[in-house]
Design a protein around this ligand. Sequence first.
Ligand code: HEC
Length: 321
Amino acid sequence: MLARSSLRTARSFAQARNGAINVTKRSIASNASTVESPLRANIGVAVPTAFAVGTVAWYYRLYGGADALSPTEEGLHATSYPWVHQQWLKTFDHQALRRGFQVYQEVCASCHSLSRVPYRAMVGVFLTVDEARSMAEENEYDGEPNEQGDIEKRPGKLSDYLPDPYKNEEAARAANNSALPPDLSLITKGRHGGCDYIFSILTGYPDEPPPGTQLAQGMNFNPYFPGTGIAMARVLFDEVVEYEDGTPATTSQMAKDVVEFLDWAAQPEMDDRKKMGMKTIAVLSVLFALSVWVKRYKWAWVKTRKIAYEPPKNLKNNPRF
Ligand code: HEC
């Protein structure tokens, strides 16, 4: 049944093809009688092309001519470092996260908030429950209002977020030469260059600004910061923290650890995301292979068939003709 219907289709295809050829023949014949100028014939192509070229030129004139900023205005482009945790099949180095958190707490937390990270997020990642709980309890948070409506302070819980160093933005600016230390929760995502940029900022302070540099009062020279004058002074110096695991606390080691920690703060789901990605790729590739096999199986009879025409032996004596 199926075979017969496919034969029929093949025949109608052939008819359609013949028809098409006839049509082309006719149209060639009719074209030969009228002579058109090449421009008129191509006007349908020429007009849209001219319009497209004109539009591109106009937009280029409007927006394309902007000069690139100089390195001073834009900041020196950060070197790209081979961050292991950014490779496809790698996780965060959880010991580095623990060290980075120590650097954040001992160095950065006095100026920068990390307001999107709760204590509970660190449990099982680089702190034990007890460590996280006792860290939370060191801070005081506003409790529920009591019967008189007064708000009393209570010790922190695992569900609390890391405390802010300043009461409000004004206090932060007043303490920092009117610059605002940004919240670091999403900083690796929020800055062009991400981890490379933050690492370069932290390690990029020269001992002395190059001769001829003009710095505003209280500003520090850092070639990686756009404008080169940054309100944050160099904060990382060798041995400024003492790591509990004995890792030598050099400036670059601390910068690397704290940047990895900040990258975790910005994307704490990264390890799970990569694991899920691997599972997805594994499952989908099996399903894909299966679907290729099923497709070939279903089409095999079509692809391997052979259509043969065997003329009847004796046409004249055949009653059907
Ligand atoms: C003494 C206060 C202080 C400390 C300590 C400090 N910072 Fe800052 N930081 C600032 C201020 C102020 C700014 C804003 C600079 C500006 O806008 O000129 C800033 C800006 C930054 C920026 C943003 C740069 C940009 O592109 O806008 C990053 C990233 C940063 N700090 C990271 C850190 C890290 C990491 C640490 C700890 C290792 C740290 N800071 C310690 C005061 C501090």
